[in-house]
Design a protein around this ligand. Structure first.
Ligand SMILES: Cc1ncc(C[n+]2csc(CCOP(=O)(O)OP(=O)(O)O)c2C)c(N)n1
Length: 334
């Protein structure tokens, strides 16, 4: 690990730091806007705590690769390169949003980034990942599919079908489980006979990429880079990143307000906040880097403020927009 770390230069690590704090600021702002009812909708799932997984994993890809995830998707969209203005406009249901304001929080997606979304049905995007990978293989593209999976999605049928087929066809997929220890309120050990989730790889005859520290962006980057190389040449890899969400399941989940056991657990994980982990690495490696970190932090906060302004000033979708893109080739007045 030490030699691998040495190959990462200061600028790259500072850029990752920027991306991580950008996501944290974005999510804090979304939380605030939701409470003020400026973002509406039934759910809003924040990525706070998971940032190193998204940023490290996406740093290992090129834009030719494909990305797909579940509903905790804001951080992944930003790390993939979605403009924070476009993401915030989607959160607020505006016409300038990534899905024209019709998708909202759980359905961020952007075609030219090969970022296929944002899916609300637990595990429902896994067969889509297999399908995209089949297309990649069929068209002989030099690309891989990175599919983020919640631990809660590992016990439904989609998981079995999608992973099995990817192994049968030796497809170039990296299955990356973000194990944050719970699916809503259910602990992994209460729902999984084998709680060490990367071991599931054995059942499908695919490469077990192992269990990695999801709070350490550098470790995630190296593990996903290795998995990408393998998947392109030889077939699917299953990786498990251990992480923790610093907020409730969704913003309406107030468990941390009433459960002392969760608060104690949270405190332990906050000591390994991905921001702190990367910050201490940078401070240790590069003398005088503190002012740069501060600068990145302020830049990120300003970008989020500008995104909110853009979103607020953007128009809502029109009636025509409501019906557009529902059926191929069908216009609203036909
Ligand atoms: C098929 C299906 N079943 C149940 C739900 C309700 N549900 C929404 S999120 C969730 C928990 C999923 O947890 P996990 O996959 O670990 O993701 P995390 O929220 O931890 O990111 C459940 C059960 C759903 N959306 N889809």
């Amino acid at each position: 690990m030490a030699t691998q770390t040495a190959t990462l230069d200061r600028e790259k690590l500072l850029d990752w730091y920027y991306q991580i704090v950008l996501i944290r600021h974005f999510e804090n702002k979304c939380d605030e806007l939701y409470r003020e009812k400026r973002i509406t909708g039934v759910y809003l799932h924040l990525y706070s705590g998971h940032e190193a997984v998204g940023v490290g994993a996406l740093a290992a890809l090129t834009l030719d690769d494909h990305v797909i995830t579940a509903y905790r998707d804001h951080g992944i969209a930003l790390a993939r390169g979605m403009d924070p203005k476009v993401a915030m406009a989607e959160m607020m249901g505006k016409r300038t949003g990534s899905s024209g304001g019709k998708g909202g929080s759980m359905h961020l997606a952007q075609r030219d980034l090969n970022f296929w979304g944002g899916y609300a049905i637990v595990g429902g995007h896994l067969p889509l990942a297999t399908g995209i990978a089949l297309k990649v293989r069929y068209m002989e593209e030099d690309a891989v599919v990175l599919c983020f999976i919640g631990d809660g999605a590992t016990n439904n049928g989609y998981f079995h079908e999608a992973l099995n087929m990817s192994a049968v066809w030796d497809l170039p997929v990296v299955w990356l489980i973000e194990n944050n220890l719970v699916g809503m309120g259910t602990r992994v050990e209460d729902s999984s006979g084998q709680p060490e989730l990367s071991k599931r790889a054995i059942a499908y005859g695919m490469k077990n990429g192992g269990r990695i520290d999801g709070q350490n962006v550098i470790e995630v980057y190296h593990a996903v880079s290795d998995a990408v190389k393998y998947a392109k040449k030889r077939g699917p890899v299953l990786l498990e990143a251990l992480t923790y969400r610093f907020r409730g399941h969704g913003v309406s989940d107030r468990s941390y307000d009433v459960r002392d056991d969760l608060v104690s657990e949270l405190k332990v994980w906050q000591e390994r906040d991905p921001i702190l982990v990367l910050r201490s690495h940078l401070v240790e490696q590069f003398e005088g880097v503190e002012s740069e970190l501060e600068k990145r932090d302020q830049e990120a906060a300003a970008i989020v403020e500008a995104a909110v302004k853009f979103a607020e000033e953007s128009p809502a979708p029109t009636f025509e927009d409501l019906i557009a893109n529902v059926y191929v080739g069908r216009r609203y007045d036909e």
